[in-house]
Design a protein around this ligand. Sequence first.
Ligand SMILES: O=c1ccn([C@@H]2O[C@H](COP(=O)(O)O)[C@@H](O)[C@H]2O)c(=O)[nH]1
Length: 316
Amino acid sequence: MNFADRIIEEVLVKKSHVCVGLDPRWQRIPRSLRKNYGGSRPDTAEAARQVIEAFNEGLLEAVKDTAVAVKPQIAFYEIYGEKGIEAFWNTVKIAQNKGLLVIGDVKRNDIGSTAAAYSRAYLENSSPVRDNDRVLPDAITINPYFGSDGIEPFLQSCEKNDRGVFILVRTSNPSAAEVQDQKLVDGATVGEKIAGMVAEWGDSLKGENGYSPVGAVVGASCREEAAELRARMSSSYFLVPGYGAQGGGVEDVIPCFDYEGLGALVNSSRGIDYAYEKDEYSDDYRRAAKKAVQDMSEKINSALAEDPGLAWEEAE
Ligand SMILES: O=c1ccn([C@@H]2O[C@H](COP(=O)(O)O)[C@@H](O)[C@H]2O)c(=O)[nH]1
């Protein structure tokens, strides 16, 4: 089953389009979890690993029935060095054991031969060491800037191992337009040009539901562009960050979906991880995360039920 079919299977079972980001920011982890490990900053890298894993375990248990996928952003783990990396990989394992798809937000790529090593690191079981007890994320985010030879090794790994990639097409950050909205000689923007390439890269890998494992990152901050991008990448699942903490709302993500109300996973990281901060009386982050993810899912589902064809109508 290709990666997009695996997403759709979970979407239909859980009746949800939500991806929860796992971005552990030390000072925002509930005090009760970190107080014996150093307070305002971790005493040791090992303390950081333990607290992050405990925090993530609680979040994962809380969101596992509603979230389709989780997206640990590796920067928040790398800052703790090797112990942080250990926490990242342990988080991948814990999440998968709870039935969640894992999207490693690692934004990798390079020249072709180096991209092949990245692809092997994240999407291949063939470890360079003999002791091959490895977990792999179900998908990762990658950068298209190197062009086809950088992308090719990832496509091969996706096909061989039923994994997926989400290629950066239109990101959610405030400066994204500086590069991605620049017009090329044919009048298309850089983002639209990449969208066309993403569609081609995935074309021969489509699965049962017509989606390929070659997805696209399209931020919730670019509602105007989203319908056009959906039309250009009709076989690509979208990963949509920017909901919640970055200001994106349900109306911003609806154009990322297809006619049937499929085609997009909407991510929220801080909005779920630290939902407990809104309750001045409790630091039960698990209960708050569970409620936040349910609310988010219900909002998206009701908007889709009202107007699943919105994206296509706007693009025509
Ligand atoms: O265009 C992009 C690509 C990646 N991200 C990442 O997603 C999460 C969003 O976190 P929130 O707390 O929900 O804002 C974060 O890990 C970013 O690095 C993105 O926001 N936009």
